[in-house]
Design a binder for this molecule. Structure first.
Ligand SMILES: Nc1ncnc2c1ncn2[C@@H]1O[C@H](COP(=O)(O)OP(=O)(O)OP(=O)(O)O)[C@@H](O)[C@H]1O
Length: 669
């Protein structure tokens, strides 16, 4: 168990800051070489593992952080380096170097990432040559970005999104993320450059700054060691290099849409990081707390780096400017708390071999244990012995880095004690080595057990959350029901209101219709004027006799009138009682029309009478012809009767009937 290591780095004052502050005075006061304070913010004193001032070189940061992290990874521990700080505080400068400049190993300004690559591959080459081919290393690189709580694969040409998964064996991993095998610093470097370019491309296409996303470069370092027994020892470590989003709180005010979501997500992941750290600090102080790693992608992905199986370094980058003193103080508070987190780093190690090899190994260990019990000399096979003989400083202890000399008494911090007086020095060391392996297995299973417990806690937590949500929803439903019920109870009132409403609406419609039906005032004026004219006309007219004419006289006059067939009928003279000329002329027109109709009817009647007469004559001819036919005695008579009768018939119908009748008479004479 060891605390997270914190390195504080103060960058030089920028020109802009100088213009704002109008002084070169630093906001950070150095109290000792690793203790500082921010007087303008009246902060407490902050003590870190290392403090790099404005003139701190990239090489110094690498020596203090990068080199140590790579060394741990070479031994099989997981390692993480976080760059934390407000935007512009120097995170990218520290991790990558002077922005967008990759000038190779001679560049003094190159950052931790290129330097770690160089050192890592130099160490790999060294180890591989030292164990003369029995140790092989394999390195794989992935590069992702977390933006808006989404993981983007920067090594995929399409910058695909990926999901985070958890597996009991593999732990937390990014599903389907691109992993590229890298064999030397240049290859690793070009993979990093490619990912960084993708990051800039995606940032431009999404119209945002890279400081709003977290980037994680992940290296998996595997080593395979061939033992003389035929077994293979496998060690695997993960090395994460993390450039975090600017730590300043994003403003949500006056922000909307995508920007609001983005700002809220940055705040969320940073506050989750803070919460995780607080919980871990509380746990370190003996309190029982659940750590909400799952609340953000960043903390879930890097769970091992925070309180788990990792050797972790945080570089707290700050600006020296007075205008940034509040953010600097906040960064240092964060770093101070993070420094209290205790991680449990273990070597990730496993043994591989075929069944006979493993059986032989078990047999050998059993014999060794039996031998130790009786205190006699152990019957060793030469496998481990020779392996160990070839690696006099083979480091196996977790974190405390014991060398072969420290193996004499301790096994991963546990005192093994004397193992029987009959053992030679080599046998003694081998036995201890095996015991250390056994201890590690035990630690590993403890770790797994811890994981299970954590998962159970997380599941419980999520279950609680769901339960709470369910309760809230139930409450909402209940409220909705209450509201509905109360509405139902008040139904008569609501009906009255509704009825009143519709009645009012109808009334309004009726009024509108009535209004639209009202004569136009102009029309009314015209009508009024017309009536007045009529009144005036009536007043000025000669008084008319109001005595009705004698009925018989009137009828006679009318008959005479109709009988005259005159083109003009002077009704007024016949019926002087009707006062208005218009009425008279209307009636006169009607009489005229009636007379016209009577004439037509008379013509029709004449025509019909003529038709009836000719039909009657036709039928008479047919009857006479039939009678004559019945009396005919020769063929000639018949022919003559048929012909004569037909000539006398006019109508078609009668002619058809005569044809039919005459055809019935057969000529049999
Ligand atoms: N130690 C340093 N020495 C010289 N220049 C530095 C140092 N640290 C940072 N700078 C310069 O300060 C500027 C801001 O630094 P940088 O881009 O690394 O900040 P950052 O924290 O990564 O910002 P962001 O969150 O926006 O990505 C850059 O121009 C960088 O070159």
């Amino acid at each position: 168990m060891d605390n997270i290591q914190v390195f504080m780095r103060i960058r030089p004052l920028s020109e802009d800051e100088y213009k704002r502050d109008r002084t070169t005075e630093s906001a950070v006061r150095m109290l000792t070489n690793n203790t500082v304070s921010i007087p303008s913010q009246r902060t407490e004193n902050f003590t870190f593992d290392f403090v790099g001032t404005e003139d701190c070189a990239q090489e110094e940061v690498f020596e203090a952080v990068g080199k140590r992290a790579v060394e741990q990874c070479m031994q099989g521990y997981n390692g993480t380096i976080f760059a934390y700080g407000q935007t512009g505080s120097g995170k990218t400068f520290t991790m990558q170097g002077a922005r967008d400049e990759f000038t190779g190993p001679d560049d003094e300004l190159r950052g931790l990432i290129p330097r770690c690559f160089e050192y890592l591959f130099a160490r790999i080459a060294e180890e591989e040559s030292r164990f003369s081919g029995r140790v092989k290393y394999l390195c794989k690189a992935s590069y992702i970005e977390i933006y808006n709580e989404t993981i983007f694969d920067l090594l995929d040409p399409l910058i695909r999104t990926c999901a985070l998964r958890e597996d009991i064996k593999k732990g937390i991993f990014i599903d389907n993320v691109t992993e590229e095998t890298v064999q030397d610093p240049n290859e690793a470097y070009s993979v990093f450059v490619r990912g960084t370019t993708s990051r800039h491309v995606s940032a431009t296409s999404m119209n945002r700054e890279s400081s709003r996303s977290h980037s994680v470069l992940m290296l998996v370092i595997q080593s395979l060691t061939q033992m003389d027994t035929g077994l293979t020892e496998i060690r695997e470590s993960k090395f994460n290099l993390v450039d975090l989003a600017g730590s300043e709180r994003q403003k949500l005010a006056n922000t909307s849409g995508m920007r609001l979501k983005e700002a809220a997500n940055i705040n969320k992941s940073l506050s989750t990081l803070g919460n995780v750290i607080n919980s871990l600090v509380d746990i370190g102080n003996g309190r029982t707390r659940h750590v909400n790693y799952r609340d953000s992608k960043l903390t879930f992905l890097l769970r091992d780096s925070l309180g788990g199986n990792s050797v972790t370094f945080i570089i707290a980058n700050v600006s020296p400017a007075l205008c940034n003193d509040a953010e600097t103080a906040s960064t240092l508070r964060f770093a101070q708390r993070a420094k209290m987190i205790r991680n449990k780093a273990v070597v990730n190690q496993d043994m591989q071999g075929n069944v006979p090899q493993l059986q032989a190994e078990i047999q050998r260990l059993k014999q060794q244990i039996a031998h130790m019990r009786v205190g006699g000399p152990a019957a060793f096979d030469s496998g481990f012995e020779s392996t160990l003989a070839g690696s006099s400083d083979y480091t196996v202890s977790p974190y405390s880095e014991p060398t072969s000399s420290s193996l004499d008494n301790t096994a991963g911090g546990v005192v093994v004690g004397s193992v029987g007086g009959g053992l030679s020095n080599k046998e003694h060391r081998t036995t201890q080595f095996l015991l250390i392996l056994a201890m590690r297995k035990l630690q590993e299973s403890e770790r797994q057990k811890g994981r299970y417990v954590e998962i159970i806690f997380e599941l419980k937590d999520s279950l609680d959350r769901h339960r709470r949500q369910l309760q809230q929803q139930k409450l909402v439903l209940k409220l909705a029901k209450v509201e509905k019920d109360s509405l139902r109870r008040n139904a008569p009132l609501s009906y009255v209101v509704t009825a009143e409403n519709s009645a009012l609406r109808e009334e309004i419609t009726a009024l509108q219709m009535a209004l639209s039906a009202q004569p136009d005032p102009v029309d009314l004026i015209i009508e009024n004027m017309h009536l007045q004219d009529m009144l005036e006309a009536a007043r000025t007219r000669e008084p008319v006799s109001l005595t009705l004419p004698d009925r018989d006289d009137a009828l006679e006059a009318l008959e005479t009138l109709l009988g005259t067939k005159a083109s003009f009928v002077d009704l007024k003279s016949v019926f002087p009682i009707i006062a208005d000329d218009a009425v008279y002329s209307g009636l006169e027109d009607k009489i005229k029309q009636a007379r016209h109709d009577i004439n037509d009817l008379e013509v029709q009647k004449d025509r019909l009478e003529f038709q009836i007469k000719s039909i009657e004559e036709d039928w008479q001819n047919v009857n006479e012809g039939t009678h004559r036919l019945s009396t005919a005695t020769t063929d000639e008579q018949i022919d003559s009767i048929v012909e004569q009768t037909m000539d006398g018939i006019v109508g078609y119908q009668a002619r058809d009937t005569w044809s039919a009748i005459s055809s019935l008479f057969t000529r049999t004479f």
